[in-house]
Design a protein around this ligand. Structure first.
Ligand SMILES: Cc1ncc(COP(=O)(O)O)c(C=O)c1O
Length: 410
C-alpha cells in the first residue's frame, strides 16, 4: 500500500519518476491513439500551456476576485456565440467539459419544463441510439428517464422516430453534431422542428463538432445548418478541449435566451457563509483552462481554425479512401473528423487485437462491427503506415467463423 513518503522527495527526482512513468504510455504524438487527444501543432500547444501556467493558481469560482478570468470567460462565450450564429438574446457560460455541459443542459431543460408544465411525472430525455452516454449519466444522476430511438439506415437520428417518442413528460430532445459512434451529423433542422412543434427544448450536442463544424461549413457549404441559425435549437454544448484545441477542462454551454440560461445556474444562501452561486456543477475551476481557451482562440482566429480543419478533413478523406481500398465500407456519410468503417467479411475483433500488438490503440464501433477514429493532426503523417499495418493484419486474419457480438471500450 502507498503512503506519503516520510520526508518529501526533491523535484528533480520526482520529475525523473514522472518521465519514467510515461514511458509505457502509448505514443500519442505518433498518432497511435484513435481519440482522447486533439493536437493542432506544437505552437498551439505552447500557447495553451503558457496561458494555463500564467493562471495556474487562479480559480474560476472566484470571478469576484479574478476579473481577468471573468473577462476571458465572457469573451470566450461571446466568440462561441458569434461562431454559432447567436444574437443579442443568446447567452452561455464555460464548463469543465462535455459531460458537465450536457448535465447542465439537461438540468436547465428539466427545471424550465417543470416550471412551465407542473404536471410532469418522471421527466424524459428523447434521443437517438447514437447519442453520447453523458445523457444517460445525467438522467441517472438527476432522476430522468432516457428514451433512445432507432437510427436511420445512414446511421443518423430519425426525426420521425424522435417525434413519435416525445410524450408530455419529455423535457429535452437531443441531436448530435456529429454523433460519436459513426461521426455522422444528425438532421438538426428536422429534429428541432419536431421538438418545437410539441413545445419541447432541443439540445444540440456539438461537443465534438462545435469548433470544427463551423469551419468545415465554410470549406463545404453543403454541410447542413445545426446551430442557432436553426429555429427551435434551444441549447448547444461545444467542447473547447476537443476541436477548440485548448487545454483539457474547457467546454461551452450556450442558450437561445436568458430564460433558458437561467436554469444553468444554482443559487444557495441557507448556511452561515453567505450567498453561493455557480453556473457550473463544479465549484472550483482551473483558471488555467479558462485562460488557455481565451489565448488559443485568439491565437488561431478563424483562419487558423479553418486551416487546421482543412487538414483534418483531408486526413479523414485519406483514411476513408485507404480503408475503402482494403474493402472496408465507411458507415454512413461522415462530414467532419470522426470516421467508422468495417465489413461483415472481416473479423474486426481479431484484426484489432493484431493491430494492438503492433502498438496501435484501436477504437471500435459495435453496430455494425468496425473500427473508429476521431482524427487530429497527429494522424496526418501516419495514415499510410496505419493502412499498411491494417492491410497486413487483415491478411493474417481468417474471415469470421461466427458472428459473436463485438465488445468495445471507449
Ligand atoms: C458527442 C459527444 N458528446 C459528449 C462527450 C463528452 O465529453 P467529455 O468527455 O469532455 O465529458 C463526448 C466525448 O467524446 C462526445 O463525443
Amino acid at each position: 500500500m502507498n503512503a506519503l513518503p516520510k520526508d518529501g522527495i526533491a523535484w528533480p527526482e520526482l520529475r525523473a519518476q514522472l518521465q519514467d512513468a510515461g514511458k509505457g504510455d502509448v505514443d500519442w504524438r505518433g498518432g497511435r491513439v484513435p481519440m482522447f487527444i486533439h493536437y493542432a501543432g506544437d505552437d498551439v500547444l505552447e500557447v495553451a500551456k503558457q496561458a494555463y501556467l500564467m493562471y495556474f493558481s487562479e480559480n474560476g469560482l472566484g470571478l469576484r476576485a479574478f476579473g481577468s478570468l471573468a473577462r476571458f470567460e465572457s469573451e470566450v462565450v461571446r466568440m462561441a456565440l458569434t461562431l454559432m450564429h447567436g444574437d443579442d438574446a443568446t447567452r452561455g457560460a464555460m464548463t469543465t467539459g462535455g459531460t458537465e455541459s450536457i448535465f447542465l443542459a439537461v438540468k436547465a431543460a428539466r427545471d424550465l419544463a417543470k416550471q412551465r408544465r407542473p404536471g410532469i411525472r418522471t421527466p424524459q430525455i428523447v434521443m437517438a441510439q447514437s447519442a453520447h452516454p453523458a445523457f444517460d449519466k445525467a438522467a441517472h444522476f438527476m432522476g430522468l428517464q432516457p428514451v433512445r430511438t432507432p437510427l436511420r439506415a445512414d446511421f443518423t437520428a430519425d426525426p420521425d422516430a424522435i417525434a413519435a417518442a416525445i410524450t408530455e413528460d419529455t423535457v429535452i430532445v437531443v441531436g448530435s453534431v456529429p454523433a460519436f459512434p459513426h461521426g455522422v451529423v444528425d438532421p438538426i433542422t428536422e429534429i428541432a422542428a419536431a421538438a418545437s412543434a410539441q413545445g419541447v427544448w432541443m439540445h444540440v450536442d456539438a461537443c465534438v463538432g462545435g469548433y470544427i463544424a463551423p469551419f468545415a461549413q465554410q470549406l463545404d457549404p453543403s454541410i447542413p445548418a445545426w446551430d442557432f441559425s436553426v429555429p427551435g435549437v434551444t441549447s448547444i454544448s461545444a467542447d473547447l478541449h476537443k476541436y477548440g484545441y485548448t487545454a483539457k477542462g474547457a467546454s461551452t454551454l450556450l442558450f437561445r435566451d436568458a430564460d433558458a440560461f437561467a436554469g444553468m445556474g444554482w443559487f444557495f444562501d441557507n448556511w452561515p457563509r453567505g450567498q453561493y452561486f455557480t453556473h457550473t456543477l463544479v465549484g472550483t475551476r482551473a483558471g488555467g483552462a479558462i485562460a488557455a481557451a481565451w489565448a488559443v482562440m485568439n491565437y488561431l482566429g478563424e483562419a487558423g481554425y479553418r486551416r487546421i480543419t482543412q487538414r483534418v478533413l483531408d486526413t479523414r478523406a485519406a483514411l476513408q479512401a485507404g480503408t475503402a481500398r482494403l474493402g472496408l465500407e465507411t458507415f454512413g456519410d461522415p462530414r467532419l473528423s470522426i470516421l467508422a468503417y468495417g465489413s461483415p467479411e472481416v473479423d474486426t475483433a481479431a484484426i484489432g487485437a493484431r493491430m494492438t500488438e503492433r502498438g496501435w490503440v484501436v477504437g471500435h464501433v459495435t453496430e455494425p462491427a468496425g473500427f473508429h477514429h476521431m482524427l487530429n493532426l497527429t494522424h496526418e503523417p501516419i495514415v499510410g503506415r496505419y493502412l499498411d499495418d491494417l492491410a497486413t493484419c487483415m491478411a493474417e486474419t481468417p474471415p469470421p467463423s461466427r458472428s459473436a457480438p463485438l465488445k468495445a471500450q471507449y
